[in-house]
Design a protein around this ligand. Sequence first.
Ligand code: SGN
Ligand code: CA
Length: 536
Amino acid sequence: MKIITFYLLILLLVLCVGCNGKYSEPNRPNILFIMSDDHAYQAISAYSSRLIKTPNIDRIANEGILFTNACVTNSICAPSRATILTGKHNHINGKIDNRTPFDTTQITFPQLFQKAGYQTAMFGKLHFGNNPKGVDKFMILPGQGNYINPDFITNTGDTTITGYVTDIITDLTIGWLDKKRDPKKPFLMMYLHKAPHRPWWPSPEKFEEFSKKHFPEPQTLFDDYVNRGTAAKTAEMNLLHHMYYSHDMKIRPETIIKMGKVEPEIKENKDHFNGRYARINDLQRSFYDPVLDSISLFFENNWPLMSNKEKMSWKYQRYMQDYLACISSVDENVGRVLDYLDKNGLTENTIVIYTSDQGFYLGEHGWFDKRFIYDESFKTPLMIRWPKEVKASITNDEMVQNLDFAQTFLEAAQIEAPADMQGESLIPLLKGNDEQWSRDAVYYHYYEYPSVHMVKRHYGIVTKEYKLAHFYYDVDEWELYDRKKDQQEMKNVYNDPDYADVVENLKVKLSELRTYYKDSKELDQKYIEKYKTNMK
Ligand code: SGN
Ligand code: CA
C-alpha cells in the first residue's frame, strides 16, 4: 500500500512539473486582439447595416458578446493605445497626445503575459514612436505607416513588403500562428490594422468596385452647429471645408493645377498624394490609374458648376467609397484569421476581441476624424468571442472602456493585474454576471490642441442618460447632452433650466471621478506647459 502511495505521489509531482509551475496550460486561453485604426461602429453591420455588410467581423459578435456602449478615454490614436496597454488613463501614463513618445518605463500588459509564460507577438500599427516591450516577435509600421508596399520595423531590422497593408498584416499574423507558435503554450497575438485610417487608400482590387457605389447620407451631414458650443464651430474637420482634394478625394494634383485655384481656402500639400502614388508599382498602377483618371475627369468637368450642397454630397460619396473599401478588406482578412483558428482547433479557447483605437465621423455633423466626446468618436466598436466561457449572441449596453481591456485579459489568463491599473475587468459581463458590474459613469479627457483638426481640449463625464463636458484652455464652456432624447447630440442643454438639477449632480460626480482617477486642474496645467515645450 505504502509503495502505491509513493508512486502516486511521484506521478502527481511529474504532472505538476508538466503544468509549468502555477499555471495549468490547458485552461489558459489564447488571446487574439484585433484592432483597426479609426473604424467607426457605424461601418460594422453587427451595429448597423446602413453602410456596409461585414459578415466576418459580425461573426465575433454573433458567436460572442457585442458591447453597444463601449468607449475610449481619449479619442485619438496613440493615447488610446497607451490606455489599452497600460490600463491607465493618459494623465497617469503620460501619453496625452500623438506627439510625445510613449514612456517605456510604463508596464504594459504584454510584458506581464510574456513573464507569465505566454508567447507574444505584435503585427501592424502601434504608433508609439518607440518599439513595443513584452513581445517575442514584432513587425510594426513606422508611425502611421503606408497602405501600399509598406515598410516595417522588426526585432531584426527594417524591411519593406510588396502588397496591400491589410493583407500583409494578416499574412504576418497567420504566418506566425502557423509556423512560429509553440502549440504547447498559450499565445497573445496583437493583430493591429492600419486601415481604415486617412487617407483611405483601398486595395488595388477594391478601388474600382467601391468607386461605383453610392451610400446613404447621414441626417446631420449639413449640420450648421447652432445650439452647440464654440468647439464644434471652430473644429477643422468638415468635409466641405477641410477635406483635401488630392490627398483625400484622390484627384490628381495635375488636374487641380490645370484647373487653377479650385478652392483657395484649402491649402493642400500636393506631395501628400504624390508621395503615396510614388510607392505604387506598375502592376498596382494598372488597377489604380483608370479609376484615378475617371475621378479627375469627373472633377474637372463638374466641379465649377456645382453648388456647395452638391460638393458636400460628392465629397461624402468619395470619402465613403474609399473608407468602406478599406473596411471591406479588413473584414475579409479578419475572416481569414477566424478560419485559421477554426481549421486548427483553436476557436474554443481563444478570446477574440475586435475593436478600434476610437470611433470616427462618417459625415455625421458634416465631419470626418474623431477627438470629440460626442458619440461617433467617443464610442468604439467592441465585440468579444470566447466560446469556452462566453455564450453566443449577447448584447450588452454597460459603459465599458478601452481602459478595461488589460485587466480583462489578465484575469482571463489568471495573471495578477498591477494595483495601479485603473480599469475594471469585463469578465463578469462576459459571463453574464451583470449584477457584479457597478460602474454607472465614465471619465473622458482629450488634450491635443492646438493641433491638426483644432478640436479644443475638454474633459467630461458620460452616463447612459447624459453627457457633460467642460471645454477649456482658450475657452471656458460647458455642454450637456441628453443622450436618450437627443441621440444625435444636436442641442446643448447646459443652460436649460429644466436640466439645472442634472447639471448640478453631474458636476459633483465629475469632480468625484476626477479625484478617483487622480486627474486634477494642476495636471491639466502641467500638460498644457509640457505641450507648449514639445511644440517648440
Ligand atoms: C494624421 C491625419 C489626421 C489625423 C491624425 C491622427 N492626417 O495627421 O487627419 O487626425 O493623423 O490620427 S493625414 O493627412 O496625415 O492622414 S490618429 O489616428 O493617428 O490619431
Ligand atoms: Ca486612430
